[in-house]
Design a protein around this ligand. Sequence first.
Ligand SMILES: Cc1cc2nc3c(=O)[nH]c(=O)nc-3n(C[C@H](O)[C@H](O)[C@H](O)COP(=O)(O)OP(=O)(O)OC[C@H]3O[C@@H](n4cnc5c(N)ncnc54)[C@H](O)[C@@H]3O)c2cc1C
Length: 565
Amino acid sequence: MHSIFRHTTFAISLSFVSTAVALSHYAPHCTAGDPCWPSATSWAHLNDTLSGRLIRSLPAAAACHDPYYDAAACETIRANWTDPNWRSDTPGAYQDTAWENGDEPCYVDGPQNVTCQQGLVPYYTAAVRNVEDVQAAVKFARENKLRTRTKGAAHDYLGKSSGKGSFGIQTIHMKGITFEDDFVLSGCEGPTEKALTVAAGEHWYDVYKAADAHNATVVGGAAISVGAAGGWALGGGHSFLSPQYGLGVDNILQFSVVTADGETKVVNECQDTDLFWAMRGGGGGFAVTTSVTYRTHPPLDNITVVLLSVSVAPDALTSTLVEFLDLQPALADANLFGYSYVLPPNNITAVFFYPNSGANCASANATFEPLFQYAQEHTGQVEVLTLSDTFPSQLALFDTYIPPERQGTASIVGSRLFPRSAFESSEGTQKLAEYLSGLSTSDAFAILHLVGGGKVNEPAPDAMGVNPSWRTALEHVLISNSWNSTTSISDRDKIRESLTEKTQELARLVPGMGAYANEADVNEPEWQKTFWGDNYERLLEIKSKYDPTGVLTCGRCVGDDIFGS
Ligand SMILES: Cc1cc2nc3c(=O)[nH]c(=O)nc-3n(C[C@H](O)[C@H](O)[C@H](O)COP(=O)(O)OP(=O)(O)OC[C@H]3O[C@@H](n4cnc5c(N)ncnc54)[C@H](O)[C@@H]3O)c2cc1C
């Protein structure tokens, strides 16, 4: 179990108990160091089967520390420490170092003579290249009762792709992007759709480049290094195109997978429909995805981007935030979506996207008129700067405004989904504004994701496994805090505890709403209900059907309460 999972307050309902009984033949996992851990000979056989692609994985900075010190390797690590693609590719590296280290710090800037321990990094990793490799790894894990961790691009904020004493399955080297104009679901007779199939290891940026060349638009993540067919797709997948075309899961036509018995399946609306229901938003742990097929959309005519910087006198932050929050439904109605960073004590910085705007910066800017007006009425206290620009395509926009992220820091996040009604009541916006302006720089900073409404709200709450709260959400409000290599474990724990308290304060503003399972607090007290609401019970039943012995596990995934993380 990850040592930071402190809350075990989940009240098990009777139906969960019956599923637990169905899983009663489940026996604890065998983890590294246990007497039941496979012998060196068994691992060597697996390595042969994988054509030498079994790796003894260590935390990313291990080669900069004794006893693993290697000057040349350490130089490479230093040069690449913040590079998200290097982090995806390196078996023991995660985008967020918290999920490498656990309670055993191993930082690139630490002294050479401080030994790195194993931390949360899987002891061995199968760096799979094809479906057969995945099958071999899953079968080996099942036979040896290992705790597996599937790692795609390694972005998970809850550390779902690492785990102490586990066996890793790294899918990032499974590449391939193909387009079909007359795609038909396997096992169905029709109709045909324009579709794109992405192998498990692709990053969004490469998919955007391919889609651009193919004259197509695909709903994908706002960060170019996020995996296009891994955790993003399984947990929900929001995008600034979601209000127009739905969440990622609303655009998935089918998955190709390896199930916990080591067999391959193609799951969609015609085959293994329950698994298809679960994998669209239920998160990892149902099967290993080898590829995802998405519906594509016509190319965007153009896309206008509005950059906004609102600087205020500190005592004007709450009232300015009220103006800004009141504006959110109007922005959504005008088809402007995006991300706003609230940076107390005195700044809101936002980027909004206006797809198919008719190349019209003026109309985009006009939507912010009430905010400009407010700034004029409060000269000297509130200043709003805007910059708008229009791009011919999604790719051109990403190339200019969404550079590769810098990774390799340690952080924690918490969140809640907010319905439109929260922005339509003056009491609602006042309370949220007070909450946001009350965050001190040592508490956290907040990002408002205006990515809901529209098509996101159309499907029924139980249409698929994703959190039903998405179906009423207009915004995903996230708070985040971080620490560094000089932070002690006890200070880190205080940061995490404070973030959890702040997250629960946020939750009290929207009772009954849940959180986005991919970007949420790992210490949520009732995470099953918060991440999946009324869908959790069915998700657990499907998990128990397809993986009754818990071969495919991940922390804070469906069934984690039974199989352990
Ligand atoms: C910089 C950054 C930007 C982000 N931007 C967005 C955004 O715009 N929209 C959004 O919705 N989210 C965003 N996220 C959150 C993102 O959706 C999650 O972090 C997601 O888990 C990332 O998936 P991954 O495959 O990259 O991560 P990983 O850590 O590799 O995997 C996460 C989870 O997915 C499972 N998994 C991965 N690959 C497979 C597979 N092949 N088969 C089965 N299970 C698998 C793992 O078991 C694990 O549970 C962002 C995160 C970061 C760090």
